[in-house]
Design a protein around this ligand. Structure first.
Ligand code: VGL
Ligand code: ZN
Length: 232
């Protein structure tokens, strides 16, 4: 345990049918194509491997269908902090997706789920839009809808969090930013993600960099360091 201490976790975000062609209600272009990279990462000696599922109730605030007159992808709604009505976020509205226990919410079958240590469900509260695997967007008077992930990773002695999955401009982005703000070294493996709006990826990468998240290649030294790791 020195300054070179390296105990990496892999976070596979929302690799679910509804985010994938051909049938997903919120299909991300090329979403299925991340499968081989995700499975190759799952075979590496990460200390822990966790998948998340976007796991919404049918009355979720992010569904355009729950807001009369709203258009999926185009409309937004103002979501207030249930504990502080003065704190609000403007949240994009989506097609109905990842409704708990529906086929669209299933992890894709090509994901090598046997290699996962656990699956974490998020977005379960109807009144909060939660992109991050860690917690919802509100901060005052404290984080709410905390999944407990940061505590779990800390308890396991994790130093680095590698993030892949869908979508790069939403759940992957916010999960990686929160991993960094929780004090982990955070990286996104670029070949292992795709965006809802691919044209925004350069902007998203700038936001990730500003938040201390490194965007790396599957072929690069960061993944190589995992491959070369000796398990503790
Ligand atoms: C996501 C939009 C809505 C994601 C989840 O997983 O990136 N995007 N819900
Ligand atoms: Zn969602």
């Amino acid at each position: 345990m020195g300054e070179d201490h390296f105990k990496p976790a892999l976070l596979v975000v929302d690799f679910q049918e509804d985010f994938c062609p051909p049938n997903g209600s919120l299909a991300v272009a090329g979403g299925r194509a991340i499968g081989p990279v995700v499975n190759a990462l799952l075979k590496l000696p990460f200390a822990t491997k966790i998948a998340t599922r976007d796991w919404h109730p049918a009355d979720h605030v992010s569904f355009a269908a729950n807001h009369p007159g709203a258009e999926p992808f185009l409309s937004t709604t103002t979501v207030a902090n249930p504990h502080n009505p003065a704190e609000t976020v403007e949240s994009r509205l989506w097609p109905v997706h990842c409704v708990q226990d529906t086929p669209g919410a299933a992890l894709v079958p090509e994901l090598d789920a046997d290699l996962l240590d656990s699956v974490l469900d998020k977005g379960t509260r109807p009144d909060i839009e939660m992109y991050s695997a860690f917690y919802g967007p509100f901060e005052d008077p404290g984080r709410i809808a905390d999944s407990g992930l940061a505590e779990r990773l800390r308890a396991a002695g994790i130093t680095d969090v590698f993030v892949v999955g869908l979508a790069g401009d939403y759940c992957v982005k916010y999960s990686a930013l929160h991993a960094a703000s929780e004090g982990f070294r955070a990286v996104v493996v670029e070949e292992g993600t795709r965006c809802v709006d691919p044209g925004t990826w350069d902007q998203v990468k700038a936001e990730l960099a500003a938040g201390g998240v490194k965007v790396v290649s599957f072929e690069g030294p960061e993944v190589e360091r995992v491959r070369a790791r000796r398990e503790e």
